[in-house]
Write a protein that binds this ligand. Structure first.
Ligand SMILES: [Fe+2]
Length: 406
């Protein structure tokens, strides 16, 4: 019998990471406590970052707006966050926030709104007043300070609600760098599975696959640790068990609970173990085609990344993928078996595209490779890979990801 059956998904628990994460069905009501905290801290004006739809369809706004009003907390809402958000959006949101005098930020959504919110939090700190979002994402200054961040998470994928990362695109450079800063851990996060029952099937898949890639990379990086492995192994087990259940039954709160728990601990996992190939190579894909969902880009690359890295870390990848690819022994010769097995699993859960299906061709490989090495911060990720990330390896992974491996 699985231990999950003894848990009460309707009990809201406090999970202490660097962030105080309220976790469980009904956690959204904790905005009351958070608003009380804001008042106590003298925070009476906030910036809210979201997109035009998510804050309403999830029901978050119905709960949050009266809570803010009741306490006299004024807000300005930037609801123009798009998937793969840009530095221009951040600058626009910061301008609105400065006009109001916002002292904290609330992100409502998945990775894009919460990351936008984190970026704004840095730029809203008085010490960083002279900088803009391009300065932030070309690393012209050290992002060591930020105003308080509250993350109301609406997807089970990014883990951004409990980590110190944010991303944004610089369109004219086709860069999608990653910001890493101790200052951008949210003070509070809300992980409420009930908010996630409206996630469409594809987003359910892509966000879970994002979490899967976080642990694939963190567990095999040069800075992995037993703690990273513990969270990573559990993440894969939970995703393999509950993703098909959530796709088949979107309202299944147990499935949503464990996918959300998996993505949250995957966030902790890569906050400690960092990332390498798949993320460093996906960011150029979505920088070039901003409509590409992050998780789909990762899914298309993952089998080839496993194929090339497995021989260096077979014990780790066998431990990680045994729920998905039964019978792995943890020996280098199984690279192809594991890579093809994970690809088959991706296809079985409904993620069937490869790069060619999304409009990429062999002619793009050189440019994508150049962006993977040339985009600030992605080179650092590549240096964390368990095998030397040469241009030849990166090119080979892009090429092998054009079509199915098998
Ligand atoms: Fe990711």
């Amino acid at each position: 019998m699985l231990w999950e059956t003894k848990m009460n998904v309707n009990q809201v628990v406090e999970i202490r990471t660097r962030t105080m994460c309220y976790f469980g069905v009904g956690a959204l009501q904790k905005v009351n406590d958070i608003a009380d905290w804001m008042k106590k801290e003298g925070i009476d004006k906030v910036l809210i970052c979201t997109d035009k739809i998510v804050y309403k369809v999830t029901g978050v706004w119905d709960v949050l707006e009266p809570v803010l009003k009741k306490r006299g907390i004024a807000y300005v809402m930037f609801d123009e966050v798009v998937p793969n958000p840009t530095v221009d959006g951040i600058d626009k949101a910061v301008k609105m926030a400065k006009e109001l005098g916002a002292k904290a930020v609330i992100g409502i959504g998945g990775g894009s709104p919460i990351d936008t919110c984190k970026s704004c939090a840095v730029l809203l700190h008085p010490d960083n007043a002279k900088y803009n979002a391009r300065d932030l994402y070309t690393f012209k200054f050290a992002a060591e300070k930020a105003v308080p961040i509250i993350a109301i998470n609406t997807t089970h994928g990014t883990g951004t609600e409990v980590d110190r990362f944010a991303v944004a695109s610089i369109p004219e450079l086709e860069y999608k760098p990653a910001l890493v800063s101790e200052a951008i851990y949210p003070t509070f996060a809300i992980d409420d599975p009930a908010i996630m029952t409206k996630l469409p099937a594809n987003q359910t898949r892509y966000t879970a696959v994002d979490a899967l890639n976080h642990v694939n990379e963190a567990c095999t990086s040069l800075v992995t640790s037993p703690y990273v492995l513990m969270t990573g192994i559990e993440t894969v087990r939970l995703i393999s068990r509950y993703l098909p259940q959530a796709v088949a039954h979107p309202d299944d709160l147990t499935a949503r609970y464990y996918l959300l728990y998996a993505s949250m601990i995957a966030g902790i996992c890569f906050d400690n173990g960092l990332l390498h190939f798949t993320h460093a190579m996906e960011h150029p894909l979505s920088a070039v085609k901003p409509d590409l969902p992050h998780g789909l880009g990762l899914a298309m690359l993952l089998p080839a990344v496993i194929k090339y890295t497995y021989p260096a870390v077979p014990e780790i990848l066998a431990a990680l993928y045994s729920p998905i690819v039964p019978g792995l022994q943890g020996v280098p010769g199984e690279a192809e078996k594991c890579a093809v097995g994970v690809e088959k699993w991706l296809f079985a859960v409904g993620v069937t595209e490869k790069l060619k299906d999304c409009g990429y061709t062999e002619a793009d490989v050189d440019k994508l490779t150049k962006l993977a090495f040339g985009t600030p911060s992605l080179d650092v990720l590549l240096s964390m890979a368990p095998i030397k990330a040469t241009e030849d390896v990166v090119r080979a992974i892009y090429r092998d990801s054009m079509q199915p491996l098998a």
